[in-house]
Design a protein around this ligand. Structure first.
Ligand code: GTP
Ligand code: MG
Length: 304
């Protein structure tokens, strides 16, 4: 047993199928945007830590890619990343989107978790509860209870601060006693340039329809401080085919300009300084199915 006054620290894996609100929740809990968020599934592609240091505890949230049935090697990489987080966690927070019925992917995740040996305690969080009535919420809670024997079913809405406060209290109560893993001013393990790349990809997801955004990878080519001018950033957006390049660039370069403007504003808000951003688009044929290309673009898990 731990003394009630002992400092607590540990890892909370935030898992769930794509688009349930994992990254949104972590941004809200940290009160800072560290992760890309979009209405399209498969926004997050890598694990990213969101570190919240409080007087009594350090909670290390692990944002994970949505678990899904993979269609290519990038999908395998994403699922593997989420699996790794699951195995390393002190607590698992499994999110279900309460505004939709349960899906086959939710059930597959239930099976996957059920097969983990030495499973850490699991809580299910019903997200987006601001979108549903009290009756539907009751129905969703029943479905969640049938889905998996979690410790409890939590009701979460990023709009309702109380629900986030009680989530934090519950997590702290169940974290192991221990020293902090990170200095208190560190909020994530991603470098600013990595977050900038994600914000550029987020802008692509917000402006380009259908499947094309999923074929985009962003590589930062230059990230320099310029005295009095803020940050100078150059990035390449890789797509898989010439036709996708055409869509991204748009008529007379209009689309890439729009994406650039939104990305610049997001990066300025994130980094708190002026940004000059230069984007280019290149084709790297079928990069999502090439192990070499994936590794070159930084999609490489520490453990395989
Ligand atoms: N109304 C409402 N919308 C939410 C809430 N949480 C998330 N969303 C929206 O749900 C969409 C998906 O959110 P994300 O945070 O990108 O979801 P994710 O689980 O990280 O998705 P992947 O990275 O694709 O696995 C976004 O459009 C969010 O704005 C919520 O509590 N209420
Ligand atoms: Mg995400």
């Amino acid at each position: 047993m731990t003394d009630n006054n002992e400092f607590r620290a540990g890892y909370v894996a935030v898992i769930g199928r794509p688009n349930v609100g994992k990254s949104t929740l972590i941004n809200a809990l940290l009160n800072q945007k560290i992760a890309a968020v979009s209405p399209k599934p498969q926004t997050t592609r890598r694990n990213q830590l969101g570190i919240l240091t409080l007087p009594e505890a350090q909670i290390i949230f692990v944002d994970t890619p949505g678990l899904h049935v993979p269609q290519h090697k990038l999908g395998d990489f994403m699922n593997q990343a989420a699996n790794n987080a699951l195995l390393d966690a002190d607590i698992i927070l499994w999110l279900l989107d309460s505004s939709e019925s349960l899906t086959a992917e939710d059930r597959l995740i239930g099976e996957k978790i059920g097969n983990v040996r030495k499973l850490p305690p699991v809580w299910i969080g019903l997200t987006k509860t601001d979108l549903i009535s009290a009756d539907v919420l009751e129905e969703r809670k029943k479905q969640a209870i049938e889905l998996f024997p979690a410790r409890d079913i939590l009701t979460l809405s990023i709009q309702a601060k109380e629900s986030l406060d009680s989530l934090l209290a519950l997590i702290i109560e169940h974290l192991p006693a221990g020293e902090p893993f990170f200095d208190e001013d560190i909020i994530t393990d991603a470098y600013e340039r990595d977050i900038a790349a994600e914000l550029i990809r987020e802008s692509v997801l917000m402006h380009i329809r259908d499947e094309v955004p999923h074929c985009v990878a962003v590589q930062i080519d230059a990230y320099e401080e310029r005295p009095d001018e803020g940050a100078y950033i150059e990035a390449t957006l890789y797509v898989e085919r010439d036709s996708q390049k055409g869509i991204l660039v748009g008529k007379g370069g209009e689309m890439i300009k729009t994406i650039g403007t939104r990305s610049r504003k997001e990066i300025e808000a994130m980094s708190g300084r002026k940004v000059f951003l230069k984007l280019r688009v290149k084709v790297n044929k079928n990069w999502r199915n090439s192990q070499d290309a994936l590794e070159l673009l930084g999609y490489k898990n520490r453990k395989e």
